[in-house]
Design a protein around this ligand. Structure first.
Ligand SMILES: [Zn+2]
Ligand SMILES: [Zn+2]
Length: 400
């Protein structure tokens, strides 16, 4: 393997500009599919850099551009895509910083402002150092990671992985529960698929004193709720992971009336596609089977959310090697799988790649609040390691 180019000096040089960009974006957050000013800001920056083939308005506000390396090497025909998400959340910011959100009720509380700023920084570094790599880097800014069905799927459907054909995909996320200076990389499944279900039980209502003349949907719903809890414990391989949480159970209004219907709803988290298929099939079978056996009926509405985020082992290894070169062996950790979900997963379904985590937690800077909290903030120094690791990863891919 080629030793990754060291971009740490380039990163240090541009970091103040990246911090300024991030703060500008933080002050002007926009919700998913409404990132109009953000996309305009991104486009202006890419144009100023001289990034080629800038395309805008993809799946509402998505933007892409190309940076062509002038180096010679085996990767000269390869294209690698780097993605950042641009959207904020419907949260009222409670930080007392001078770059606090000016859009009341909207806040960059997940760090996507920094993802966008880092990718602009990466574009600048790679554009300035085009001689250090062969092949092409495609930068992609997507809308609405936080708003299912998400911005990624529609961008792929509109062709961002072709023209030119993309060979590998990379993305990153800042992490407030990881110390600044630490990079976490995982191989295989690292974030779960997040699905939801709604079950409507149809019974036959009536007088609470005459249950024999009714079909009680409360009792049927209770049996279904219990039966669902046997899926993970009895049907999923003990060495695999899954969650079924039935979070809604609604039925009845009056203490002496057996209601006509009952509603159940819950979330399902899985990592393996076959486990996900199993859950969908078995939740439907259990709910309808239990209801019918008790004289009622059930309809199941199963909605698939983001698929599991699965890193390609070889791409994860490449990323890890690049990270070691940036933050040192002792600061690269294995990312353990999380039950949260992320729509970068759609890119990873189409192409090999890696999604990794960049530490921005720092007690001294009060940046350890959880993501989506009104006090969330990042240690901006972490952006240097994020950019340097990403630059080293994509160029080592292209120079292999
Ligand atoms: Zn988030
Ligand atoms: Zn996020």
């Amino acid at each position: 393997m080629v030793v990754a180019t060291d971009y740490r000096n380039d990163v240090d040089e541009i970091l103040p500009g990246v911090v300024a960009d991030r703060r500008h974006l933080h002050e002007n957050p926009e919700l998913g599919f409404q990132e109009v000013k953000t996309a305009a800001f991104v486009t202006e920056r890419l144009q100023a850099l001289g990034v080629e083939d800038i395309r805008t308005g993809i799946n509402s506000t998505g933007v892409t551009g190309l940076i062509r390396g002038t180096g010679d090497g085996p990767g000269r025909d390869k294209v690698v895509l780097v993605r950042a998400d641009m959207d904020a959340l419907p949260i009222h910011e409670e930080n007392a910083v001078d770059y606090k959100s000016r859009n009341d009720g909207v806040m960059h509380a997940c760090g996507h402002d920094s993802h966008t700023a880092m990718l602009l920084g990466l574009a600048r570094i790679l554009n300035d150092r085009r001689d250090t790599f062969a092949g092409t880097v495609k930068v992609l800014f997507q809308p609405a990671e936080e708003l299912p069905p998400g911005g990624a799927k529609g961008m792929i459907e509109q062709g961002v992985l072709e023209d030119p054909h993309v060979d590998a995909v990379f993305g990153l996320h800042v992490s407030s529960d990881t110390k600044t200076g630490v990079i976490k990389v995982g191989s295989g499944p690292i974030m779960a698929a997040a699905d939801g279900y709604r079950i409507t039980v149809q019974g036959k209502g009536g007088h609470g004193a005459s249950p024999h003349q009714c079909v009680d949907p409360v009792i049927i719903g209770a049996q279904i709720g219990v039966a669902l809890q046997t899926l993970v414990s009895r049907e999923v391989d003990p060495l695999d992971n899954a969650v079924v949480s039935n979070c809604v159970f609604k039925a009845g209004e009056a203490f002496n009336v057996i209601p006509d219907t009952a509603q159940l709803a819950g979330t399902v988290r899985t990592f393996k596609p076959e486990t996900r298929d199993l859950m969908e099939k078995r939740i439907t079978e259990l709910a309808t089977g239990v209801a019918e056996s008790m004289g009622g009926s059930a309809t199941v509405d199963y909605t698939r959310g983001y698929p599991a985020t699965i890193n390609d082992p070889e791409m994860a290894e490449l990323t890890m090697a690049a990270a070691r070169g940036v933050v040192g062996e002792e600061n690269v950790e294995i990312a353990s799988p999380k039950m949260g979900a992320e729509d970068f997963s759609y890119f990873l379904l189409e192409r090999p790649g890696c999604f990794f985590f960049v530490g921005t937690g720092n007690e001294d800077k009060d940046s350890e609040w959880s993501h989506h909290h009104p006090r969330f903030d990042i240690d901006e120094d972490g952006m240097a390691q994020g950019m340097a690791t990403m630059a080293a990863t994509v160029t080592s891919y292209l120079n292999r």
